[in-house]
Design a protein around this ligand. Structure first.
Ligand code: SF4
Length: 486
């Protein structure tokens, strides 16, 4: 039996070479219609609207945005989105459109408010909820029970993944001292907490795969030489990491429906068909894919981490090949959502082009999507392969993987143009359904929006200063004191 080969997109200095229907669709989106680009640029400029978008956003829209000449457009991981929104507000944009899911627009709203830009409206592109399976799993009763267990344990800190709503963060923070994390900073957050608070219990959630992967990562770390551990965090050694292991807990019922699909069958296909490729994987993938990428990482041939880590890894390998004058086709398994292809193509192609223009040897990079080609539906009119999505039931199976987030795909080009058409034309009150939820209810005498913003501010403080803020550490210790007295 011939094993199926995954679709791929090869990036050369002057072309994109797709293989398979899925990759053909991605390549088509990367060459957007010039008229549409001009129309969107003009609308953004005329309405003075800044755009912050997540890497996983609809590839058609990313393709158009990446060709626009309006300077206030930024595509990144969720950590940088709020920062860039603040910078845009400081530079005078009149409103911010967030292209992502609802917890991202809530995060941007909370951080704009906290930085004195409450007057700058934030809009989502849909009047309906733009959900997230992971965020929803933290709203279930089971998560409340998990937090109550944490609250009954001395010296507890809840490390909540940013992929949760503001109300989840607020309710959690009312129960257990909470800090937000992203996939970029979660490892350092946990290690720093363990360094700052002796005998701390860390309660991570809601992503079960990420929690399990982190537990494995800390177990492997505990076996490494002390010098290597100190390179990662200077306050740690084998003994301190080992001591942390039984006090690192994670929620066991939270799943991202996209990363869930990078399971055992996909890994077997990668192992069987792609022995010599670089392997990238997001921390949210299931254990089999995580192990594959982690093994590759140990040999310098892969990375496990955030979307930014994946992008940096790919660019680093291209830089390395250029520096060594390699004549090669570098091949990468993209173990995350397919929207990442847009920034990868733009940045890799710029490097390869510059290299070619200086007379360097021919170089290309091939991005392999671990999704089965035959699972892609064909669009009858265009003949293009329809990008798979859970909502459509195409392309998503444990045999073929699923590379696109149906929630992110609600951020379509049509929806953004529709939103821009309304701004300054309709009364602001008509745009209220497009704004992030307000969360005005009070919890412990504070609005949920204010209380839910605090774990994000704690994370930002940690990012700036390298230490958990005193207020948070004090909260952990004072609740411990109450526990001992009680
Ligand atoms: S990929 Fe989609 S479902 Fe998964 S965490 Fe991100 S927004 Fe949620």
């Amino acid at each position: 039996m011939t094993l199926p080969v995954f679709p791929s997109l090869r990036i050369t200095a002057d072309a994109l070479v797709p293989q398979g229907a899925f990759a053909e669709a991605q390549a088509a989106f990367l060459k957007p219609d010039a008229e549409v680009v001009a129309r969107l640029s003009a609308l953004l400029r005329q309405k003075n609207v800044g755009v912050v978008a997540h890497f996983y956003m609809d590839p058609e829209l990313q393709g158009v945005l990446s060709a626009c000449d309006w300077p206030h457009i930024h595509v990144s991981d969720s950590l940088a989105m709020a920062d860039r929104a603040i910078a845009m507000a400081e530079q005078g944009v009149g409103a911010i459109a967030v292209l992502g899911v609802d917890f991202m627009s809530e995060d941007v709203r909370a951080m704009l408010d906290a930085s004195g830009h409450a007057g700058v409206p934030v809009y989502r592109v849909a009047a309906d909820t733009i959900g997230c399976s992971l965020a929803e799993s933290a709203e279930a009763a089971a998560y409340g029970a998990y937090l109550m267990h944490a609250a009954e344990t001395p010296r507890s800190l809840h490390v909540v993944y940013i992929n949760t709503s503001l109300i989840t963060k607020a309710k959690a923070h009312a129960i257990v001292p909470t800090i937000t994390c992203t996939s970029s900073n979660v490892v350092q957050t946990v290690l720093q907490a363990a360094a700052q608070v002796p005998d701390i219990h860390i309660w991570f959630g809601p992503d079960t795969y990420m929690g399990d992967n982190l537990a494995h990562m800390f177990s492997s770390l505990a076996e490494m030489p002390n010098a290597q551990i100190r390179d990662l965090h200077p306050a740690h050694d084998q003994a301190s990491v080992r001591a942390l292991l039984p006090r690192f807990h994670y929620f066991e019922q939270g799943t991202c429906i996209v990363h869930h699909m990078f399971g055992r069958e996909v890994v077997e296909l990668v192992r069987g068909n792609y022995p010599d490729v670089f392997v990238t994987a997001h921390l949210e993938v299931p254990g089999e894919m995580f192990e594959l990428a982690l093994q590759a990482q140990h040999h310098g041939n892969g990375v496990v981490g955030s979307t930014s880590n994946i992008l940096e890894f790919v660019l680093g390998k291209v830089d390395h090949a250029i520096a060594h004058g390699d004549h090669a086709n570098l091949r990468f398994i993209l173990g995350t959502e397919a929207g990442m292809i847009t920034p990868i193509v733009r940045q890799v192609q710029a490097k390869i082009r510059a290299h070619a223009s200086e007379g360097g040897p021919e170089l290309s990079a091939e991005i392999i999507f671990p999704v089965a080609s035959e699972a892609i539906a064909q669009d009858a009119q265009s003949g293009l392969g329809v990008v798979p999505g859970v909502a459509g039931g195409e392309g998503c199976s444990t045999a073929g993987g699923c590379a696109t987030c149906p929630y992110m795909k609600m951020n379509s080009l049509h929806a953004l143009l529709g939103l821009l058409g309304r701004i300054d034309v309709e009364p602001r009150s008509n745009l209220v359904p497009f704004e992030p939820r307000k969360y005005v209810q009070e919890i412990r005498g504070r609005t949920a929006a204010d209380l839910g913003g605090e774990p994000i501010l704690h994370m930002r403080s940690f990012q700036r200063n390298g230490e958990l803020p005193e207020a948070l550490v004090g909260d952990v210790l004072s609740r411990n004191a109450q526990f001992l007295q009680g």
